[in-house]
Write a new protein. Sequence first.
Length: 281
Amino acid sequence: PNGPLPVPGNEGPRAPGPARVPGTLAAEDVHAWFGDHQVLAGVDLVMAAGEVTALIGPSGCGKSTFLRILNRMHELVPGAALAGKILLDGEDIYDPALRPIESRRRIGMVFQKANPFPTMSIYDNVLAGLRLTGRRVKTRGKDSEADALVEHSLRSAGLWDEVKTRLGTPGGSLSGGQQQRLCIARSLAVRPDVLLMDEPCSALDPTSTRRVEETIRQIAGEVTVVIVTHNMQQAQRVSDRCAFFLAAEGQPGHIVEQGRTDDVFQRPRDERTADYVNGRF
Ligand code: ADP
Ligand code: MG
């Protein structure tokens, strides 16, 4: 009964109906404030299960705020308010009967600055997310299930071959790009339905960026990915669908245009989208 909701302009290649994999996230009429300052107005967006959705738009238009709303981190900001709904497979993640930790377990997040625990081993870093969600995990070598989960998560994040001989070394000893993939592995170990990524490659060199993009394409299909990026080539390389956010002077941010990535880039309907994707902003 709770399939993805058809939203005008967001009718994907996938027919409306029950999702094939879990993880369809839908924002309905989302408004957000910090105190008196309204930062988002009327945001409707369906992020279909297993697809990669890119959020693009100038700085300050509310993309990071929107991501935090999607996994209930917005409510941790003092003075922050929210209206509208966020549905995960049709279920309101803000339902007071649900504990916030449950949504955050199903909806992982990776930030611009990779934030592994620097002195903790690579192995323990991968499992650290499980501990935070209250699941018990045994230590290295004592538990083949944990070993298998670490290997699987690191493989999914495209890092296994680089670190398999040094799992006991500190997470902080890795390069920036490897640290970011370690953070992706840490998120994936919790087996989320959705992975939110806020400019995950902004601090990375081109080679590391490519690796992270490969990782995104690899996990797409199993995990719903929502990525904020200022890199227009990256948006085109990794995303199936794209939403262009804009905040006019003194106005809250909203989605100007959304659709299949090819359409948004090759056949934008709005002049402001055309200007932005062609670097005229
Ligand atoms: P983007 O990620 O698109 O650059 P943000 O979501 O970070 O945009 O910010 C949107 C608006 O909300 C900006 O005007 C920003 O200054 C404001 N803002 C973001 N975080 C906070 C906060 N914790 N307190 C007050 N204002 C904030
Ligand atoms: Mg941001």
